[in-house]
Design a protein around this ligand. Structure first.
Ligand SMILES: Nc1ncnc2c1ncn2[C@@H]1O[C@H](COP(=O)(O)OP(=O)(O)O)[C@@H](O)[C@H]1O
Ligand SMILES: [Mg+2]
Length: 375
């Protein structure tokens, strides 16, 4: 890293671990190295690992030498297998799902495992210009020398094409339709023309693209059918069971907590289970035992939000409590996640609190804590 703290994106990582949120290929460098060493299956050209090893990196496992690969994605194995296989074909991968179903997370880990670099990223917004996908210009050079290869500033997708790497496009359906269309030629011809120079960049083996799109954005900038045909779509579901969701939250909280230098909180499992139960019941519109129908609030109450409620609770417990995660530490976070619309959602919450939480065995402290923050 240079003196001003700027590192080269996609360049050499020193892995010093000082970054607040290191890229996947840095954070899990030891696992990737162990997998590469153990991996004797055929690798597609320019892949760092075989498809089997990439899937193992995502799903977790234990290698012959005893190295433990932590699961990154908790969910159906087949989903990961289809996603990885797609990347080895000439079709691009589209990860689709409601917010917080790990689309971004899976995309980052796939790019890290396949290409050793997850930073070739275009963030899709309503203002994403074509240059973000293709290339831009260094204007000082452009003015001084006219259009030349030196003045050209390749975008992440162009770099991935030239180097045979995995490019990522986040929130594809937020990008205006005409800018999305840039991707059609690029994905079908595997070529990016540079008319100003009378040249083109041809993708080399190893290039592919992972896009993510949010189910809730449907209708904003729907993919044209021409573009959709270039993609294999993989839908990421919400966690199937409460146990899976508790497992996901506990793992992520432990990781985030340690990077925020919070002490581990093994006693926090009760609260994690409680947050997940509340989120799932309100999301599903019915209590776990199936007896009571509930109204659902307007928010998504995603796994990702459960993770942040527990992480903030842990920080509260650490700095202002005795370090043990208690009902009072998560109550405010839950309320904030549930009550997005101050009128309608508050009614939903009050009803849930008085009919379900209040009556439930062992939930007295939690009920009291919720009453306190909600008052
Ligand atoms: N099935 C899952 N397996 C592992 N982690 C998950 C799962 N679902 C959600 N997460 C966690 O939720 C967090 C948010 O996911 P993210 O990729 O930002 O969601 P999305 O892009 O789908 O909105 C990530 O930190 C991830 O660890
Ligand atoms: Mg995302």
């Amino acid at each position: 890293m240079s003196e001003n703290g700027i590192t080269t994106a996609g360049g050499a990582h020193d892995g010093s671990g000082e970054a607040l949120r290191p890229h996947a290929e840095v954070a899990f460098a030891h696992e990737l190295a162990a997998l590469a060493a153990a991996d004797d299956r055929p690798r597609p050209e320019r892949w760092r690992l075989s498809p089997w090893a990439v899937a193992t990196y995502l799903l977790g496992g234990t290698l012959a030498d005893g190295t433990v690969i932590t699961p990154k994605y908790v969910g159906p194995r087949r989903i990961v297998e289809v996603a990885v296989t797609t990347l080895a074909t000439d079709r691009a991968l589209l990860l689709l799902g409601v917010p917080g179903t790990a689309k971004t997370w899976v995309s980052e880990h796939l790019a890290a495992a396949v290409s050793g670099d997850s930073t070739l990223l275009v963030q899709g917004t309503a203002g994403t210009p074509e240059e973000a996908i293709r290339y831009g210009w260094n204007y000082a050079r452009l003015l001084a020398q006219g259009p030349s290869a030196d003045a050209l500033v390749p975008g992440p997708v162009m770099r991935a094409m030239a180097q045979g790497m995995t490019a990522r496009v986040e929130e594809l359906t937020r990008i205006p339709a005409d800018v999305q269309d840039t991707l059609i030629t690029l994905l079908s011809e595997k070529t990016l023309p540079i008319p100003e120079l009378g040249q083109e960049v041809q993708a080399v083996h190893g290039f592919n693209l992972i896009a993510t799109a949010n189910d809730r954005d449907r209708g904003v900038n729907d993919l044209s059918s021409a573009l959709r045909r270039r993609f294999n779509t993989v839908v990421l579901p919400l966690p199937a069971t409460p146990e899976d969701e508790v497992d996901i939250v506990a793992r992520r909280v432990a990781q985030i907590g340690s990077s925020l230098r919070l002490p581990p909180a093994p006693q926090g499992m009760d609260e994690i289970r409680r947050v997940v139960t509340v989120f799932r019941e309100l999301r599903d519109g019915v209590t776990t035992d199936g007896r009571t129908k509930l109204k659902s609030p307007s928010g998504t109450l995603s796994t990702a939000e459960a993770i942040s409620v527990v992480t903030s609770g842990l920080a509260l417990a650490t700095h202002f409590g005795d370090g043990v995660l208690r009902p009072g530490d998560v109550a405010a976070g839950i309320l904030g996640a549930v009550v997005r619309d101050p009128t309608a959602d508050r009614v939903v919450w009050q009803e849930y609190l008085e009919t379900v939480v209040r009556e439930r065995d062992g939930w007295k402290d939690f009920y009291r804590a919720c009453r306190e923050v909600g008052a």
